[in-house]
Design a protein around this ligand. Structure first.
Ligand SMILES: [Fe+2]
Length: 208
């Protein structure tokens, strides 16, 4: 509740367009893993998360966005796909979704599902923002390092996401190995070009 109180104070002060957080857990028994760990995808976890999202939204007085994380493990207790899990939570809690397209790609590679299936299954009316980022590809697995350029398969997924959801605000994330501003802007221009191609004559200029 202390954290929420501070978050509410900050949100009231800066009036952000959205408040978002990852759909994950990070620690247990006072031990923080400092990683965004996935939940088991089942009804029990849906109920657990929905109760908390509702509490947070009631306290903040606004709807929040939940963001999908990239993952490296699955649970034997899971009984549904990640996209069904995320959609079910968003619907029951009446919150919005931040779709991290790189995270979908990373998880798809690590777990062997089709990233496009994930995108096409998402609840169209709840998507409010896209994230793009780079990762490190080790061949057999992919780590969400956020320290590389956005790769071609993720650009392809971004194109599909724009075709599916229309003009959605987009952010490119970069946590480390920061290139020059010129290179960052050039990467943003790729996003703008794709949006222009896909959305014209829709509102492409407002998108990125
Ligand atoms: Fe993200």
């Amino acid at each position: 509740m202390d954290y929420l109180k501070n978050l509410k104070t900050l949100a009231n002060e800066i009036q952000p367009k959205w408040v978002s957080d990852h759909l994950c857990w990070t620690g247990v028994n006072q031990q923080n893993s400092h990683d965004l760990l996935p939940l088991p995808y089942n009804e029990e976890a849906i109920k657990h998360v929905v109760e908390r999202v509702k509490k947070v939204q009631d306290y903040l007085g606004r709807q929040i966005l939940l963001e999908n994380v990239s993952s490296y493990i699955t649970y034997s207790d899971s009984s549904m796909s990640e996209w069904d899990f995320l959609n079910a939570i968003a619907q029951a809690a009446d919150c919005h979704i931040l779709l991290d397209i790189n995270n979908i790609y990373v998880s798809a590679r690590n777990h062997g599902f089709d990233a496009l299936d994930y995108i096409l299954a998402m609840d169209k009316k709840r998507i409010r923002q896209f994230h793009l980022a780079g990762h490190t590809d080790y061949g057999d697995y992919v780590i969400d390092t956020h320290d590389q350029d956005v790769c071609d398969p993720v650009w392809d997924l971004y194109r599909s996401a724009l075709q599916t959801f229309g003009p959605i605000s987009t952010m490119i994330e970069r946590d480390d190995n920061i290139p020059t501003l010129e290179n960052l802007v050039a990467e943003l221009d790729i996003a703008r070009d794709i949006a222009q191609q896909v959305l014209t004559p829709q509102r492409s200029k407002a998108c990125v």
